[in-house]
Write a protein that binds this ligand. Sequence first.
Ligand code: NAG
Length: 295
Amino acid sequence: MQETRKRNIQNDKKNQNLVNDSKINGIQNKSKLNENLKLKILSRTVVIFALLIVVYYTQHGDKIKPFAKQSELLPGKGQIVECSTEYMKEVDKFEGCFPKACKRFVTDKVVSVREAEDLLAVAKKGLKIGRSSGGASILDLHSGALSMGQHFINIYKIEEVKNLFTEQDFNTYRAQTTAPFGLILTHLTSFFDIHSSCHARSWRKIIETYKSFHYTTLLYLSDYDIDFKGGRFVFIDEKFNRTIEPRKARLSMFTSGKENLHYVEKVTSGVRYAMTISFTCDKQYAVEDPNANKY
Ligand SMILES: *[C@@H]1O[C@H](CO)[C@@H](O)[C@H](O)[C@H]1NC(C)=O
């Protein structure tokens, strides 16, 4: 009797244990469910975020398009843009200077790589003197202005470098800066370089006014993605912006009105050499050709 009672008690305990076990299992199942739910929420959140990022980048990535890639050798590529009213008013004042259409144009066939390299040598010769504080430097062979830090010096007035440029250098320069179609060469015709240490801000809106010049030409003297990184030229347009990737000897021209607002991206490494050649319709803003005798 006693033994059977004992057994019963033991069985009862076992049953109790079983009940307890199934209780624990229930709790564990609940927490498993919770965990699954959490995982589901987490994975969904991740997917949603990933989608958002993709959407963001495709939307934003689409807003910038290459107009001229460094890898292309372009015989000529143009785009007609609508002249800004201010620009039309401005050039209307000068007879014969009226553009049939406002334009931007890129060509790799007008200046040879050899010519660009000769110009680059002239540019480097002067610019290396001004390279005191890094950043961007400008060398204007017409006035002799060379940027040095925040200031300008006149290289033709400094004794040590007075005869830095030879007649040959000026010939090289003049050969590339003759004004076409009765236009007149004007100020802001200069070499410039942008170093990676340069603050992009100061170069973002270089040209917005056209008080003295009506056509801008840029001649690139170094290669994007080879000699330097970053530093693409970007036209600011309504639907999407268009980039010109600098290429040695690449020439780009555009009317200097608001229709061609642009900026230059920050240079992240290397040095970006280019030259601006500006033309005007207004004789009063003409600049004379530089030459060795004059200085
Ligand atoms: C073009 O660039 C400008 C200047 O960075 C920017 O404000 C503008 O949003 C860009 N336009 C487009 C369509 O992305």
